[in-house]
Design a protein around this ligand. Structure first.
Ligand code: ADP
Ligand code: MG
Length: 561
C-alpha cells in the first residue's frame, strides 16, 4: 500500500461524506437539488472507487476511458444543475451543450494515439471550470448565509485550482499523494460547508416564514393564542389584538397564565369545561361565550379552537381564535326584541280597539245626558268631558295607524293636515315629558305622501326632540316653502349634536341613549328617501332643527284661505 493509494482513499472518504450529507438532507427535506447533488457526487465516488484506485484498468482501454469520461461529464452536469436549482434558477443550456460537446471531443481524442495526459486534459478542465463557477456562484450569492457561503465557495475554488495542476504532475511524484489528500480534506470541507449552508438557509427561510405568520397574527383583528397544557400549563402566545378586544395586554396574559380563564363570564365557565371535555367532537361548531373585559364590560366572543395532540394521542396544547361578536349578538338581541315588540304592538292594537268601543258608548251617553234639562248648568263640564274623550280617541286612532302594516302608497295629501291630526298625540307625549309643543303651519300645496310613513317620520323626529330637551323646553313643528320646496321642520331647545356625532347620524343602531334603539333616524332617512325628500340638520348649543325638504315639483298652490 503506497501513499498515493492512501490519499485516493482519503479523497474517496471526503467525497463519500458529501454524498452522505446530501442524501441525509434530501431524506430530511425532500429538496430535489439535494437529490441531484447526491447522485452527482455518488457518480464521482464510483469513479474514485473503481477507477482512481486502480481496480479497473481504464487507462489502457478505449472503453474504460470512455466510461471514465462519461462518468466525469455526468458528474459535472449534475452538480452544476443542482447548484442552479439551489439558487432557484433553471440550468443554463450552455452547460449541457458544453458537457456533451466536450464528451464528443474527448472520445474523438481517445481514438488518437496520444499520451493519456492529453486525453484527460478536457474532462479535467471542464471539472475545474465547473468547480470555479460553483465556487464563485456561492461566493457572489448575497442571499446565502455569509459564513457557510465563504467556506463552501473557497473550498470549491481550491479543489478546482488543485485539479488544474493535476495533468502536469508526473505520475509517481511526491506531489500526487498530497494532491489527493488535500482534495479529500477540501471535499470534507465542502461537505461540512454544504451542511451548514443548507441549515442556515433553511433556518433563515424558517425565520422569514415565522416572521410572515407573526405579522399576520399580530395584525389580526381577532385574538390568536397558543396554550400549552402539559406540563406546566403555559400561555405561549397571545396576539396583540387581545388588548383591543379584552383590555388586557399580552404581557398581563403572560404574567398570569390563568387570566385567560378568569375573564370568562362565570355563567359561561361550564360551557368551556364541557367544550374541552368533549373534544374533538365539539370542534365543528365554534363556542360562543361571554368575556368580562378590563373595563367591566361584557363581551360576546366566538371561540374557534384546535387541539394539539402528541404522538401518543395526549392532548398537549390548544390553539385558537377568539372573535368579538358583540355587534352581531346585539343585532340578534335587537331582532328578538323587535319581534317581541311587534307581538306586543299587535296585541296593544287589539286592546286599543277594545277600549275605543266602550269609549264610544260613554261619549254617546254624555252627548245624550248633556241635552237633558237637569244638566243644563253642567253643559260646560259635559263639553270638556266629550273633548277629552275625543282627544283620547285621536290618540288611540293614531296609535292604531302606526301599529298597522305599512304599504307605501304615495297619494296627494296635505302635510299640514297630517300634522294637525297627529298633534294631540304629540302634545300628550310632550306634556308627559314636561315640555311644550307648538305648531306653525304655513300654506303649502298637497304632496304625494304616504300618510303612515309621514306620521312615523314626524313622530321619530318629535321623540328625539323631546328626549333632547330638559324640562320646560319648547318643541316647534313648522311647515313652510323654501325656494319652491315644501319643508317640514322640527326644532328643539336641547344642547345640540356634537360635530363628530353628526357624521354618524342615520347609521343604524347608533344611539347615545341608554335605552335607545338607534333606529329612529335611519327609519326617517328611509322614509325621506322613499318620498324623494332630503333631511338637513341645523344644530348648535341652543338646539337642533331637523329639516325635511320635499323635492316634489309643486303643482298649483291651493287658494289662500
Ligand atoms: P335613538 O333615539 O333610539 O337613540 P335615533 O336614531 O332616533 O335613535 O337617534 C340617534 C341618536 O342621534 C340619538 O341617540 C341622539 O344622540 C342623536 N339625536 C337625534 N336627534 C337628536 C336631537 N334632536 N338632539 C340631540 N341629539 C339627537
Ligand atoms: Mg329616536
Amino acid at each position: 500500500m503506497n501513499y498515493t493509494y492512501l490519499s485516493v482513499i482519503g479523497s474517496l472518504i471526503g467525497t463519500i461524506a458529501i454524498v452522505l450529507i446530501s442524501l441525509y438532507l434530501y431524506v430530511l427535506y425532500r429538496k430535489r437539488y439535494m437529490g441531484i447533488w447526491a447522485i452527482g457526487w455518488l457518480i464521482l465516488v464510483i469513479r474514485h472507487a473503481i477507477m482512481d484506485t486502480g481496480y479497473l484498468p481504464w487507462k489502457q482501454s478505449f472503453l474504460g476511458l470512455t466510461f471514465y469520461l462519461l462518468l466525469t461529464f455526468i458528474y459535472v452536469l449534475l452538480i452544476v444543475w443542482s447548484t442552479y436549482s439551489f439558487i432557484n434558477k433553471p440550468l443554463n443550456k450552455f452547460w449541457l451543450y458544453g458537457a456533451a460537446g466536450s464528451f464528443v471531443i474527448s472520445t474523438a481524442l481517445n481514438l488518437l494515439p496520444l499520451p493519456l495526459t492529453y486525453k484527460l486534459l478536457l474532462p479535467i478542465y471542464v471539472c475545474c471550470i465547473a468547480g470555479i463557477w460553483i465556487g464563485l456562484t456561492f461566493l457572489r450569492n448575497q442571499e446565502l448565509p455569509i459564513f457557510s457561503r465563504l467556506i463552501t465557495g473557497y473550498a470549491y475554488l481550491l479543489i478546482s485550482l488543485i485539479n488544474f495542476s493535476a495533468p502536469f504532475i508526473i505520475p509517481g511524484s511526491w506531489v500526487l499523494p498530497w494532491g489527493y489528500a488535500l482534495g479529500g480534506i477540501l471535499r470534507l470541507t465542502v461537505a461540512i460547508g454544504t451542511l451548514m449552508l443548507y441549515f442556515e438557509k433553511t433556518r433563515n427561510a424558517l425565520s422569514a416564514k415565522e416572521l410572515q405568520y407573526r405579522h399576520l397574527a399580530e395584525n389580526a383583528i381577532d385574538v390568536i393564542y397558543y396554550y400549552r397544557l402539559l406540563p406546566p400549563a403555559t400561555l405561549e402566545y397571545v396576539s396583540p389584538s387581545a388588548l383591543a378586544v379584552t383590555g388586557y395586554t399580552p404581557t398581563e396574559y403572560y404574567a398570569n397564565n390563568r387570566l385567560i380563564f378568569t375573564i370568562i363570564h362565570p355563567e359561561d365557565k361550564t360551557l368551556l369545561g364541557d367544550f374541552i371535555a368533549n373534544l374533538p367532537h365539539t370542534l365543528s361548531t365554534p363556542l360562543t361565550l361571554r368575556l368580562l373585559c378590563k373595563d367591566k364590560n361584557t363581551l360576546w366572543v366566538e371561540h374557534k379552537c384546535l387541539p394539539i395532540y402528541d404522538k401518543t394521542g395526549h392532548l398537549i396544547a390548544v390553539e385558537g381564535i377568539i372573535r368579538d361578536v358583540s355587534q352581531r349578538k346585539k343585532l340578534e338581541q335587537m331582532a328578538s326584541t323587535f319581534d317581541r315588540m311587534n307581538m306586543v304592538g299587535s296585541m296593544a292594537a287589539t286592546v286599543a280597539h277594545e277600549i275605543r268601543n266602550p269609549m264610544t258608548t260613554v261619549r254617546g251617553y254624555l252627548q245624550f245626558l248633556e241635552r237633558k234639562e237637569k244638566y243644563q248648568t253642567e253643559k260646560e263640564n259635559f263639553r270638556l268631558m266629550i273633548e277629552e274623550i275625543d282627544r283620547a280617541n285621536t290618540i288611540i286612532r293614531e296609535y292604531l295607524a302606526l301599529s298597522r302594516e305599512k304599504f307605501v302608497s304615495l297619494e296627494p295629501c296635505s302635510l299640514n293636515h297630517i300634522i294637525e291630526t297627529l298633534f294631540p298625540l304629540i302634545q300628550a307625549d310632550a306634556t308627559s315629558s314636561k315640555v311644550s309643543a307648538s305648531l306653525t303651519l304655513e300654506n303649502i300645496p298637497d304632496l304625494p305622501l304616504d300618510k303612515n310613513e309621514i306620521r312615523q317620520l314626524l313622530l321619530n323626529l318629535v321623540r328625539n326632540g323631546i328626549e333632547a330637551m330638559p324640562t320646560g323646553g319648547k318643541l316647534t313643528i313648522r311647515t313652510f316653502l323654501d325656494e319652491n320646496k315644501a319643508v317640514l321642520s322640527v326644532s328643539d331647545q336641547g344642547s345640540g349634536i356634537p360635530p363628530d356625532m353628526l357624521e354618524q347620524l342615520g347609521t343604524p343602531f347608533f344611539t347615545t341613549k341608554e335605552n335607545g334603539t338607534g333606529l329612529g333616524l335611519p327609519i326617517c332617512y328611509q322614509i325621506a328617501h322613499r318620498h324623494n325628500a332630503s333631511i338637513k340638520i341645523d344644530t348648535s348649543v341652543q338646539g337642533t332643527t331637523f329639516f325635511v325638504y320635499f323635492n316634489h315639483p309643486l303643482q298649483s298652490m291651493p287658494p289662500e284661505l
